[in-house]
Design a protein around this ligand. Structure first.
Ligand code: NIG
Ligand code: FE
Length: 406
C-alpha cells in the first residue's frame, strides 16, 4: 500500500472489542458485539465512555539502550557545531560508547526500563531496541543481553536489532572491526538475541560497500536487514537499501528522489524520524516527496541520547503532521500497521483485527485529531498490551510497577 491522499481510517462509532488470552476475538458495533458475547464471572469490562480507541502505537526504530544523556552536546549544537563534527572530535556516539562501557548491566537495564515506561505511557505497545553503543564484539553482545533481560522481565514486545556498525572507534582498525560486526551477527542470530541488523551508511561513517558486505553477511546469518540511510548527506544508502531489498531504510532526509524511487520499486519501507529533524534543527523529509516516490512509510522516535531523546510515538504523530505535513490518517497508519511491518509483526499488531494482539491506545478524548492538536499533552487514558492493562485512568498500573531491577 502506497500512502496516498485517498487513505482513510476506518471507524466504528460506538464500538466494542472482546479479547481472550490477549488476542482480539470479536469487534464491531457495541450492540452487535454484546449480542454475540456473554460476559462470564471473570470477564473484565472496561467502559471507555466514548473515548477514541486506536491500535496501540508501534515504535520500529530506537536506540533506547544507553547509559547517560548528552545535554552538553545539545548546547554545542545550539552554538553551531555539527553532529558529525562532534562525533569526529570524540563526542556523540563515542561519548555514549564510553558511558555504556562504564555502566553495569543492571543499571543499563533499569534505565532502559524507565524509558520503556515513558513510551508505554504515551501509547506505545511494541518497540524495537538497537544495540550500538558497545562498539566491540563483546560489548555489543552485552548490549543484546541487557535488552533480552528487559524483554523477559516485562514480557513486553521488544524486538532487538544488532547495530554494531553504528560507528568506528578511532583506535580500531577498519577491517578488524568489520570482522567483529560479522561475528556479532552470526552469534546474535544463533542465540536469538537479534531479529535484524542495521548499519549507519553515511559519509564519514560506513560506506555503501561496507554496508553491502555487512548486511549480506547478516542476512545469510538469518537476520533481517535495515539501514540508517542518507541522514546528513546523500550517501548511497537509499540505493543500497533498494539493491538489497532491505526491510527498511531510515532517516532519508538527504536521500535523492531517484534513491527514494528505487526504494519504492524494491518495496523497502521508508522509516521517517521527525524527532531527529526537530532535535537537530534540520529540514524534515517532506510527506510530498514520500507520496511522489510512491513509498510505503513508517514512523519512529529514533529514541537516542544525541539526536532524538523522544520516547513518545504520540509526539511523532504530531510532528509528522505539523513538520513533514503528513495527514492524520497517514501518520497513524505509519505509526501502527506500517511500523508493525518494519519489526516483522504486521500479522500480530498494528490494527484492530480479530486474531491480532489486543493492544490498544485509548485517548483521553473522543477525537483522534487530539493527537496532533495537543502535542505533548498526556493523551493516554488507557494503554493495553496483549490484553494487559498497563495504563489505566491515565496512570501506570500495578503490573508496570513490578517492572523493576532488584
Ligand atoms: O539514528 N545516526 C545514527 N544514529 C543515531 C544517533 C545516535 C546517537 O547520536 O547517539 C540516529 O540518529
Ligand atoms: Fe537511529
Amino acid at each position: 500500500m502506497a500512502l496516498g491522499p485517498e487513505l482513510a481510517l476506518s471507524e466504528i462509532a460506538d464500538g466494542a472489542i472482546v479479547a481472550h488470552r490477549g488476542k482480539i476475538v470479536d469487534l464491531g458495533p457495541t450492540a452487535e458485539v454484546l449480542e454475540r458475547t456473554t460476559p462470564g464471572p471473570d470477564t473484565r469490562m472496561i467502559d471507555a465512555q466514548g473515548r477514541a480507541v486506536l491500535p496501540g502505537l508501534v515504535d520500529p526504530h530506537t536506540h533506547m539502550l544507553y547509559a547517560l544523556d548528552r545535554m552538553d552536546e545539545m548546547e554545542l549544537r545550539h552554538q553551531g557545531r555539527g553532529y558529525l563534527e562532534i562525533l569526529a572530535a570524540g563526542g556523540g556516539i563515542l561519548k555514549s560508547m564510553r558511558d555504556f562501557r562504564a555502566t553495569d548491566d543492571d543499571t543499563l537495564a533499569a534505565r532502559l526500563l524507565e524509558r520503556l515506561k515513558e513510551a508505554v505511557a504515551s501509547g506505545t505497545v511494541a518497540l524495537e531496541v538497537k544495540s550500538g553503543y558497545g562498539l566491540s564484539l563483546k560489548e555489543e553482545m552485552r548490549a543484546l543481553g541487557v535488552i533480552e533481560k528487559v524483554r523477559k522481565l516485562t514480557a513486553f514486545p521488544i524486538v532487538p536489532t544488532l547495530m554494531a556498525a553504528h560507528a568506528l572507534l578511532p583506535d580500531v582498525e577498519r577491517e578488524a572491526y568489520l570482522k567483529e560486526c560479522d561475528q556479532a551477527a552470526t552469534r546474535a542470530a544463533k542465540a536469538g538475541l537479534a531479529k535484524a541488523a542495521d548499519v549507519f551508511v553515511e559519509e564519514g561513517v560506513f560506506t555503501p560497500e561496507e554496508g553491502r558486505r555487512l548486511l549480506t553477511h547478516a542476512r545469510q546469518a538469518g537476520l533481517r536487514v535495515r539501514l540508517h540511510a542518507d541522514e546528513l548527506a546523500p550517501s548511497g544508502g537509499a540505493e543500497l537499501a533498494a539493491e538489497l531489498g532491505a526491510v527498511s531504510a531510515d532517516h532519508l532526509t538527504a536521500a535523492t528522489d531517484e534513491g527514494l524511487a528505487e526504494m519504492a520499486r524494491a518495496g523497502v519501507t521508508a522509516v521517517v524520524l521527525p524527532g531527529t529533524s526537530f532535535f537537530l534543527h534540520r529540514a524534515p523529509l517532506a510527506a510530498e516527496r514520500v507520496r511522489q516516490a510512491g513509498l510505503i512509510a513508517a514512523l519512529a522516535t529514533d529514541c537516542n541520547p544525541g539526536s532524538s531523546p523522544f520516547r513518545s510515538m504520540a509526539m511523532m504523530v504530531a510532528l509528522a503532521f505539523h513538520q513533514n505535513r503528513f495527514t492524520v490518517a497517514e501518520a497513524l497508519t505509519m505509526a501502527t500497521i506500517n511500523a508493525a511491518h518494519v519489526i516483522g509483526e504486521a500479522l500480530s499488531l498494528g490494527s484492530l483485527t480479530v486474531g491480532k494482539r489486543c493492544s490498544l491506545f485509548v485517548l483521553s478524548g473522543e477525537d483522534v485529531r487530539d493527537l496532533v492538536y495537543r502535542p505533548g499533552a498526556p493523551l493516554a487514558w488507557a494503554v493495553v498490551e496483549s490484553g494487559r492493562v498497563l495504563i489505566g485512568q491515565g496512570r501506570p498500573t500495578e503490573e508496570v510497577a513490578t517492572w523493576t531491577i532488584s
